[in-house]
Design a protein around this ligand. Structure first.
Ligand SMILES: [Zn+2]
Ligand SMILES: [Zn+2]
Length: 328
């Protein structure tokens, strides 16, 4: 496995998004200005930017991170302040989320293959707070739907939630059409930080759903308000995140349990020794089960390829390249 960088000092992490209409020129300008600000203020992170807005996780010292958010807000609309910011902390010795700062320009900032969807106004009555959510999902009539993908739902979800077993968010509407017939029941939807639900709820209303609520700020906001070790949290397991931490636990701390599978990047917790180079590695369920069938657990893509070409031939321990990072 590649070494995971660890924090020397306490680091603040902020997750935020905003939908607004930007021109091609705006996108180019905002990207350049954000990169300059990140460098000046020592901010790391990942930003998905497009003509429909931005979706970001940024980390850095608490002295400069708020300034960064303020500056980015100003780049979008003078005086604009993000209103749906989720904050978490990385303590010294824990895995740090990002090594650098990266802006990816995409057609959609969350991929439903529906760039035409305009989300509801912020603060609309379909958004409910973690407190309202906590109460609402205990209603025996409630339908609770996890809008995330299988590689995320497999390591944790809300008690009683339906997990659609989809590979990509853009498969969600079709899954709905085939699986959810009762469109009038109280329906509660959630995702990691709230952004996917902004589009999901519109897709649901187009299909005739009349009583859908979305968890404002997503799982990260809920965990922040209802930490598992201190409250009667209804969250079970860990929450997949799109950075080096792989997942956070029920208290929002960097996962101690999961690392990234060297073959596919999914959360991994099966320890093995590579059949080719004897290096220790940690595989995800899928890859572990696949390799266990063929009896050829390997530590890396290279060892897997070499072992296929030359079965039984041992090789030197690998210097591993990080797995390809998945993006929401
Ligand atoms: Zn895997
Ligand atoms: Zn190996």
């Amino acid at each position: 496995m590649p070494p995971v960088p660890r924090a020397e000092n306490r680091i603040e992490v902020k997750t935020f998004y905003h939908f607004l209409t930007l021109s091609e020129d705006d996108v180019t300008r905002v990207k350049a200005d954000m990169e300059a600000a990140a460098e000046r203020l020592h901010i790391a992170g990942l930003v998905i930017l497009g003509k429909e807005g931005l979706n970001a996780t940024a980390s850095g010292p608490s002295e400069t991170l708020p300034t960064f958010l303020k500056e980015v807000g100003n780049m979008l609309v003078p005086g604009f302040e993000f209103f749906n910011v989720k904050t978490s902390w990385v303590e010294p010795g824990e895995k740090i989320p990002f090594k650098g700062f990266l802006v990816k320009v995409r057609r959609e900032i969350v991929t439903l293959k529906r760039p035409d969807i305009l989300p509801h106004e912020p603060g609309s009555n379909t958004h409910i707070s973690p407190e309202e959510w906590h109460k609402g999902i205990q209603d025996p009539d409630a339908i609770i739907i996890d809008t995330r993908n299988t590689y995320e739902t497999s390591i944790g979800t809300f008690r009683g939630a339906i997990t659609p077993e989809i590979e990509e968010f853009s498969d969600f509407p079709e899954w709905l059409d085939q699986n959810v017939k009762d469109k009038a029941k109280p329906t509660y939807i959630f995702c990691t930080g709230g952004i996917r639900c902004e589009k999901a709820i519109v897709a649901m209303e187009e299909r005739g759903f009349t009583n859908v609520k979305q968890l404002d700020g997503g799982i990260l906001n809920y965990i922040d308000q209802f930490p598992a070790s201190k409250t009667s949290s209804l969250w079970d397991g860990e929450c997949f995140v799109f950075d080096n931490r792989i997942a956070v636990d029920g208290d929002g701390r960097a996962s101690q349990k999961y690392s990234a599978c060297p073959h596919c990047g999914q959360p991994a917790d099966h320890s093995i020794f590579c059949v080719r180079c004897d290096s220790p590695a940690v595989l995800c369920d899928d890859c572990y089960n696949k390799k266990a069938e063929t009896g050829s657990e390997t530590c890396s893509k290279n060892c897997a390829n070499q072992w296929t070409v030359h079965p039984g031939r041992k090789g030197r321990p690998q210097i591993l390249t990080p797995p390809t990072k998945r993006v929401e």
